[in-house]
Design a binder for this molecule. Structure first.
Ligand SMILES: [Zn+2]
Length: 436
């Protein structure tokens, strides 16, 4: 069998991993776009249809770990190439809501309509249910990430067992499931090859607080400020749950969590979860019954989720003149690089949005990715017998910073190679091809 890392071995985002059986069955895990650089959409070689079709040659199925754009982005072209696509059920609903929202935006209508056409043909998988594609079997296991309904995949092919982690962390509300899943479902299968995300390998000093710790701080801010705007991802269920719970717990607890219509629709998707933290979220839509919502906001204070968009500029121009900015905070709850002029990911528009008014500005965020300590624990616990392949990592980062045990250190694979599984039934080598 053969594992090909088409992209992602030396960059964060744009991940594409291929698994091919000896008999020629072929699946892909994720097919994402390069991450944007600041406010500029990144170039991507797979926007060239011929290049994309080359990678899809012989591929029957693409399995997506989650809905972030650096993991799923070419769904229309892949659908047109007659390749089946699979994602979690709630993830599919959230993607549809996003595309329906983009469909209304100037210049994005065509792309959004194509995407919706492709999504209508997606198949959904369920946690812990194995699907079989020829000689390849794939079982999704739930992981905690800044996207809800995200999965790692256990793949078995030609007697070789592979764990592809997708993006994951253990410091979100559902992070406790990580080691449990590894212990009960994955380690007993004797993993041979671990393909692990390594986003945090180059971010040793980044503080990683738990979502629980973040909730306590959000509550403190809401105790202090009557009016709180929150700039966070509209699809990060943990963060929205945090802001909702902090709103309920703070001393101004008569106030509401207020959203726009798009954020409200995403919360409705999140609320369909059996997990109480998500299903209990209650909100009011500023775009609906607007006069009543505004008068309650001015009376009781509020927590309002905001986005860097023209519609929110209008909302703010209406609300801000009517409130006391000394009693108002903006919680910036995203990656700090977007508002750091020295960072390659700097986004001028987000920076301008955050600085638009002299409100109190608070940075409050924690990563969607596992810190180095967790990566180390996962590698040691999974203890793959053949190889560890780091993906979704910065080019200059190095898995050896984890200080793994010598036997695992030797198994780190960053270049194309052939390995033979000890005692393998036919000693056929496993080919690992690493591109880019
Ligand atoms: Zn992600």
């Amino acid at each position: 069998m053969k594992i090909t890392i088409h992209r992602g071995a030396n960059q964060i985002g744009g991940c594409i991993t291929e698994i091919q059986s000896a008999a020629g069955d072929k699946i892909l895990i994720d097919f994402g776009h390069n991450l944007p650089k600041g406010d500029q959409k990144a170039e991507d070689k797979f926007e060239n249809r011929d290049t994309l079709i080359q990678v899809l040659q012989g591929v029957s199925d693409v399995y997506y770990t989650h809905y972030h754009g650096d993991h799923i982005a070419f769904e229309y072209e892949i659908y047109k190439a007659d390749v089946r696509q699979h994602i979690g059920g709630m993830a599919l609903k959230m993607l549809r809501t996003l595309k329906q929202h983009l469909w209304k935006a100037d210049g994005l209508k065509d792309a959004a309509a194509k995407s919706l056409e492709a999504l209508a043909h997606f198949e959904t998988y369920k946690a812990a249910r194995t699907e079989t594609i020829g000689d390849i079997s794939i079982t999704p296991y739930f992981v905690s990430h800044s996207a809800v309904d995200a999965y790692m995949f256990l793949i078995e092919c030609d007697g070789v067992t592979i764990l592809h982690t997708g993006d994951f962390r253990d410091h979100g509300y559902l992070g406790g499931g990580l080691m449990k899943n590894l212990k009960c479902n994955i380690v007993p299968k004797n993993v041979d090859v671990l393909i692990s995300e390594g986003t945090m390998l180059a971010r040793k000093d980044e503080e990683v607080m738990t979502e629980w710790e973040l909730l306590d701080i959000a509550e403190d801010i809401m105790d202090e400020y009557k009016n709180v705007f929150v700039l966070c991802s509209s699809t990060d269920a943990d963060r929205i749950a945090t802001m909702y719970q902090a709103t309920r717990r703070c001393s101004h607890n008569f106030r509401w969590l207020v959203t726009d219509t798009y954020q409200g629709k995403q919360i409705q998707n999140i609320r369909n979860s059996p997990i109480r933290f998500y299903s209990s979220i209650v909100y009011r839509d500023f775009g609906f019954d607007h006069d009543k919502v505004l008068s309650d906001m001015l009376k009781d204070g509020f927590t309002m989720l905001v986005r860097d968009s023209a519609s929110f500029e209008k909302y703010l121009e209406e609300i801000v003149p009517q409130i006391d900015l000394n009693q108002t905070a903006l919680i910036y709850s995203q990656f700090s690089g977007y508002i750091d002029p020295g960072h390659p990911a700097f986004n001028q528009s987000t920076y301008n949005f955050v600085r638009k008014y002299p409100w109190h500005l608070e940075y409050l965020h924690t990563s969607g990715h596992a810190p180095q300590q967790t990566l180390r624990e996962v590698c040691e616990f999974v203890n793959p017998s053949m190889a560890i392949i780091p993906i979704h990592r910065e080019a200059q980062s190095d898995l050896s910073v984890l200080g793994l045990s010598p036997k695992l250190q030797e198994r780190i694979v960053t270049k194309s190679t052939e390995l033979t599984k000890d005692g393998h039934w036919n000693d056929t080598p496993v080919t690992i091809e690493i591109k880019d």
